[in-house]
Design a binder for this molecule. Structure first.
Ligand code: ADP
Ligand code: MG
Length: 265
């Protein structure tokens, strides 16, 4: 049986235009993501990772090409897509429950029933008693878990994650990688993670897309071996073949793309 991929990026190019200039940020990105897949976009700063996520989210239209979500052209933001950022952007004057429910509120779906689901989600994410508290009472890692609950509360099919762990201390980050991975796999969500942390990409993903810059383009795709995929991120990092995967990613990024990525005096 043929199935429609959840996401298709077709010949995607984007030019940012301002009064002074036009700059080509990404060029000819072709990518297909299957339902339930967890993919990562890695690459040097400025290679267009955030631009690609923004196009996936429908925040602005691509200059060329198109994004299909479940076979339909993306024309703007969709409730099927949730976005989680490095910054948690919780409202300080709202309780944790009210923060987590904000997407539901905006989309007119805040009811007693969905609020109970929010409480359940908070509890599943290890915050059973946090609902009535305020953001300033929580640690950075807890706040990111609230941000995840808020993203999941509206039940998106696809989660876009832009460096969601990069502001956290290492051991919190590792715990959160496991929690996010386990939660998204359990719920069968499709995820696109942007990260500059190669080990994180290797530990969390089914497939890793390596981007190059000037302009942003896909350099290569690395499929993660089944036994690394099957392990939770923290356990995956300890597998013997993990280092090999990390090294091949590193080598891929380190290849000279002839764009002055390296200084030679
Ligand atoms: P990454 O997330 O990989 O660091 P971005 O997608 O943020 O890369 O940026 C890709 C390129 O597009 C960079 O050269 C950046 O300077 C440029 N760019 C990003 N956002 C804008 C914008 N709003 N206006 C003009 N140029 C932009
Ligand atoms: Mg970025």
């Amino acid at each position: 049986m043929k199935h429609t991929p959840v996401l298709e990026l077709q010949q995607l190019s984007h030019v940012y235009v301002n009064e002074k200039e036009a700059s080509l940020a990404v060029e000819q990105i072709d990518l297909t993501v299957d339902r339930g897949e967890f993919i990562s976009l890695v690459g040097p700063s400025g290679c267009g990772k955030t631009t690609v996520l923004s196009l996936l989210a429908g925040l602005f239209p691509p200059t060329k090409g198109q994004v299909l979500l479940g076979g339909e052209r993306v024309e703007g933001p969709s409730p099927k897509v949730g976005y989680m950022l490095q910054q948690d952007y919780l409202f300080p004057w709202r309780t944790i429950r009210e923060n987590a429910a904000i997407g539901l509120e905006i989309s007119g779906r805040k009811t007693e029933k969905t609020l109970r689901a929010v409480d359940e989600l908070l509890s599943e994410l290890g915050l059973p008693d946090a609902g009535g508290r305020y953001p300033h009472e929580l640690s950075g890692g807890m706040r990111q878990r609230v941000a995840l609950a808020r993203t999941l509360a509206t039940e998106p099919e696809v989660l876009l994650l832009d460096e969601p762990f990069s502001a956290l201390d290492l051991h919190i980050k590792l715990q959160l990688e496991d929690l996010v991975h386990q939660t998204l796999k359990r719920l069968g969500k499709t995820a696109v993670l942007v990260t500059h942390d190669l080990a994180e990409a290797a530990a969390m993903s089914d497939r890793i897309i390596v981007l190059g810059r000037n302009p942003g383009h896909i350099r290569s795709e690395i499929s993660v071996h089944e036994h690394i995929r099957a392990a939770a991120p923290m356990a995956a990092r300890k597998l013997p073949s993990f280092q090999e995967l990390f090294d091949s990613l590193w080598a891929e990024l380190d290849k000279d793309d002839g764009e002055g990525g390296r200084s030679n005096g």
